[in-house]
Design a protein. Structure first.
Ligand SMILES: Cc1cc2nc3c(=O)[nH]c(=O)nc-3n(C[C@H](O)[C@H](O)[C@H](O)COP(=O)(O)OP(=O)(O)OC[C@H]3O[C@@H](n4cnc5c(N)ncnc54)[C@H](O)[C@@H]3O)c2cc1C
Ligand SMILES: Cc1cc2nc3c(=O)[nH]c(=O)nc-3n(C[C@H](O)[C@H](O)[C@H](O)COP(=O)(O)OP(=O)(O)OC[C@H]3O[C@@H](n4cnc5c(N)ncnc54)[C@H](O)[C@@H]3O)c2cc1C
Lengths: 396, 259
């Protein structure tokens, strides 16, 4: 067994590390304070090739593998988690469904711009009444004279409302299935009458990332905007989220590493009781625990990523990676603030931002509770299905 | 135009270098290594010339096997191919031997223009490029902070202590560039993937027509006899501002005859 990155993976990681240090990190504090979407950085990331990284050249991508993408995401997120989620949502939630399920016409229309980072595509699954229980989708789409008529509301959607947002893939109930309603995925271009985005939310962290509510009121899209099979939406987003979770794990590792780097620097510089605080065992143990948990998280993330590269089911490993990495990142941010003392509570240093930015990793793309349900479902022979684990709905 | 660019892998300049007490050679094992930051300017300059003239760039490098990473980085930035000389017998070679090896490799390319850094970040002799020029019998235009190629000529701008030189020479030629001549590009991620398929020729000493007995530590014309740490600089003079600091600073600089 060899845990070394290939020369290409290592080179991509090195380039992204330099890019994160020179371009991403320096703008983070200001973008965070002003809640300003990082258009300039996104433009440079597009030129570098980050948005098309794990997709083949035939659709405008770079042709690298998923592990390379994980390395890139970790490095970018180490510089700024808000830029990290912008990249992750664009690549794993925006491009992936179109790449995996799109018709050649749909791919030709959108993938070149999306892979180049000129435009962003969003993924609208979550609804006010359907969060962890994404199968509880209420948004409806009805076929009507060659069109789909969409009505409903999506909430907490990333990348849908920027100046370069091109559209969103939404899930909607399109008919009755066996037991639960049939859910399908539809592509909705920005600017379609009846599709509106709410104002940006005020968030605890990820201030520079674009998150909004989306409303669909008699929104008509052509029949050809169905993505994949009619009724195939549920299984599609499960697959999309599987890879997305590994990506969120990589993002978490990046923030956790930033916490450790900052803590190591500070602990060696800050002197109390006549010596650097790094000489106190209480601080040393925090640093050792952080480093160990980060290393474990990264290994688990790469493990899941290697399965995705091999085209093998990654479900339980993806859930384990995300669960462990997200909880590690939160713990690291907590300890990083602690090691920084009062200075860690001030917005003058990036650790306060890490602390605010990190919690969401335990929520987005499936909460930590949901990851545990997925893992338990695998352990209990239910194939990772959460609904099979929980059983039928109780009458409310 | 075909351009050859010299690229050296060096210990990461942000780390602390260490010399082997016995051989006085830089310890290269277990040290983070990178493409010499000075050579990034060279690669960028070479790519710009090639792009402007519709030509291509050949990377030329000599170093241990690991130096292939620096070669690959230059390929990822956009160079078309590489000649990489990596031979255990070269271990311990001095600057003149390095120049002989690189010159022999460059002579096998079609390059009209050879670009190198002014001086490396580690060895720092600043002699390799001019030695290459001499061995190839080509003019050397050094310390370029601006570079343009014309019809059969190359012209550089050089900042000196007394002013600004504009130097022109006939092609083929060797040019050394200084930091700040350009803004080196990041290797694009597409470039990194493409580098995998680009040809890297690895000639042996024999193929380069170099007698192995004349290289390495034994063949070095230069011997490092002793290495001593530089003397600690005396603490500077602190001027505390009591309202007259500006005047005292001016007087101090005037004494040094720098203003
Ligand atoms: C900044 C941000 C960006 C986002 N971006 C997107 C996006 O681009 N696209 C998108 O579709 N969604 C997005 N989301 C939504 C995100 O995926 C959901 O918030 C998440 O899945 C949780 O759903 P919920 O908020 O409805 O929480 P709920 O499902 O209401 O959960 C509340 C709590 O109950 C727990 N819980 C629920 N069910 C169970 C159970 N069976 N057992 C144990 N505990 C349970 C949860 O773990 C959680 O602790 C984003 C969210 C945020 C905050
Ligand atoms: C006794 C002795 C033993 C040595 N042993 C070793 C050794 O074992 N390993 C080792 O690496 N060095 C060794 N060196 C140092 C080595 O000789 C010089 O570093 C090397 O020859 C280049 O000189 P420089 O770094 O001063 O280059 P400079 O002349 O300062 O470099 C200027 C430019 O020339 C080009 N250039 C220089 N060297 C190379 C190269 N190798 N490949 C491509 N382009 C290049 C680059 O563009 C560089 O920016 C030894 C030196 C001595 C005196």
């Amino acid at each position: 067994m060899d845990f070394e990155l290939s020369p290409e993976q290592a080179a991509i990681r090195a380039t992204c590390r330099t890019f994160a240090d020179e371009v991403v990190a320096p703008q983070a504090a200001r973008a965070d304070a002003e809640a300003a979407f990082p258009y300039a950085v996104v433009g440079q990331m597009g030129q570098l090739g980050l948005f098309g990284l794990p997709y083949p050249a035939s659709v405008g991508g770079v042709g690298a593998d998923f592990i390379s993408y994980l390395c890139a995401l970790e490095e970018v997120s180490r510089g700024d988690a808000a830029v990290g989620i912008t990249l992750e949502a664009a690549v794993s939630l925006g491009i992936a469904p179109i790449y995996h399920y799109g018709t050649p016409a749909q791919q030709e229309r959108w993938l070149p711009d999306l892979c180049a980072g000129r435009r962003l595509w969003a993924f609208g699954l979550t609804e006010p009444e359907a969060g962890s229980d994404a199968g509880g989708t209420r948004t409806r789409a009805q076929r009507q004279d060659g069109h789909w008529l969409i009505n409903g509301t999506k909430c907490y959607i990333t990348n849908a409302g920027t100046e370069i947002s091109a559209g969103v893939t939404i899930t909607a109930v399109t008919g009755a299935g066996a037991g639960r309603p049939a859910i399908s995925a539809l592509l909705v271009e920005r600017g379609t009458p009846g599709y509106e985005q709410g104002p940006p939310y005020r968030k605890l962290g990820w201030h520079a990332s674009d998150t909004r509510e989306l409303r669909f009121a008699d929104c008509r899209v052509p029949e050809a905007n169905l993505l994949g099979r009619d009724g195939g939406g549920f299984s599609q987003f499960l697959r999309v989220l599987e890879a997305g979770r590994v990506a969120i794990a990589a993002l978490s590792v990046g923030v956790a590493q930033a916490c450790l780097d900052a803590s190591l620097r500070h602990a060696q510089q800050r002197r109390q009781f006549g010596r650097p605080i790094s000489r106190f065992q209480a601080i040393q143990f925090k640093l050792a625990d952080m480093a160990t948990q980060i290393e474990l998280s990264r290994l688990m993330t790469w493990r899941a990523g290697a399965l995705i590269d091999a085209g093998r089911p990654a479900g339980r490993f993806a859930a384990m990676a995300k669960l462990h990495a997200a909880e590690t990142a939160t713990a690291c941010a907590n300890q990083a603030v602690q090691i920084h003392g009062g200075s860690g509570f001030l917005e003058d240093l990036p650790v306060a931002r890490y602390y605010r930015d990190v919690k969401i990793n335990e929520i987005g793309e499936g909460t930590s509770e949901v990851q545990r349900l997925v893992i338990a479902s695998h352990l209990l022979g239910l194939g990772g299905s959460v609904s099979a684990l929980i059983g039928p709905e109780e009458p409310g | 135009m075909h351009v050859a660019v010299c690229v050296k892998q060096v210990p990461d300049p942000s780390g602390v270098g260490r010399l082997d007490p016995a051989t006085h050679c830089l310890v290269r094992e277990g040290v983070e290594v990178v493409m010499d930051p000075g050579d990034e300017y060279g690669v960028e300059a070479a790519l710009q010339v090639a792009e402007a003239t519709g030509g291509d760039v050949t990377v030329v490098s000599m170093g241990p096997a690991k130096a292939l990473e620096a070669v690959r980085k230059a390929l990822a930035m956009g160079a078309a191919r590489a000649v990489f000389i990596s031979d255990d017998r070269l271990r311990g070679s001095d600057a003149l031997t390095t120049a002989r090896v690189l010159a022999a490799a460059i002579a096998r390319t079609e390059a009209d223009l050879v670009i190198a850094g002014t001086e490396s970040t580690d060895g720092y002799t600043g002699t390799v490029p001019v030695a290459i020029a001499e061995l190839l019998d080509r003019p050397a235009l050094t310390f370029a902070k601006h570079l343009e190629v014309g019809d059969g000529t190359v012209r550089i701008h050089r900042q000196t202590e007394v002013g600004h030189d504009v130097v022109e020479g006939p092609l083929p030629a060797v040019v050394t560039v200084t930091g700040g001549i350009n803004e080196p590009r990041y290797p694009s991620l597409k470039g990194i993937m493409a580098a995998r398929g680009k040809p890297v020729e690895q000639p042996t000493l024999e193929e380069l027509g170099i007698d192995p007995s004349t290289v390495g530590l034994a063949g070095a014309a230069q011997r490092v006899v002793a290495v001593e740490p530089a003397a600690q600089r005396a603490a500077g003079q602190v001027v505390v501002d009591d309202g007259t600091a500006a005047a005292r600073l001016v007087a101090f600089l005037d004494d040094l005859k720098v203003i």
